[in-house]
Design a protein around this ligand. Sequence first.
Ligand code: ADP
Ligand code: 5GP
Length: 198
Amino acid sequence: MMGPRPVVLSGPSGAGKSTLVKRLMQEYADVFGFSVSHTTRNPRPGEVNGKDYHFVCREEMEKGILADEFIEHAEFSGNLYGTSKKAVEVIRDHNQICILDLDIQGVRSMKRTTLNPLYLSIHPPSIEALEERLRGRKTESEESIQKRLAAARADMEISKEPGIFDAVIINDDLDEAYNKLKDVLSEEIQKVQASKEN
Ligand code: ADP
Ligand code: 5GP
């Protein structure tokens, strides 16, 4: 059973991926399932273990990687992040569209699997706007902000490579970006809705 085609959201940290995913999951609760990644970073205020991430220590995560429990994993800004096989399987079992939030290393790893997702990159309107959002979120240390901005510059260059993303969405006005995202996903949404009506 293949299930619906998964969707990978990538793009700089602070571009608005979680904000867009939360809106999508609110509007289409039954259609989408979020792949809950593992990470060794500390939870931010308001983040819930098992919902936003599975927050684990490095030792536990490395054990899981060695035991082949992960589809992909990467080191980002000094922490490990990874998608477990289980995270994706539970969503497929519910016949939902699996949404994965991955950095660029995760995108490259995913391309070596058989999952065949749609690859979308969410961009901020500018690096200056991104810095403002990261600071406005009040969740990152100065060091973490600088690391994220450096990674963002690299990300935005890489996303220009032909064929790497199916669509790039600029998240300037949130409503516009959300409507664009729904547009890109409309065919897959309709397919899942139709299959659930039967
Ligand atoms: P990501 O998941 O990509 O790291 P977030 O969704 O956490 O990014 O968004 C980063 C910050 O920017 C949050 O404080 C969020 O409320 C804010 N934000 C998201 N989209 C917009 C937008 N279109 N305009 C202004 N602020 C935004
Ligand atoms: P944050 O700490 O801001 O939540 O995430 C930092 C970066 O890690 C973001 O670029 C996000 O897309 C990425 N990320 C989150 N989960 C995973 C994952 O499971 N695998 C990979 N490769 N990247 C992830």
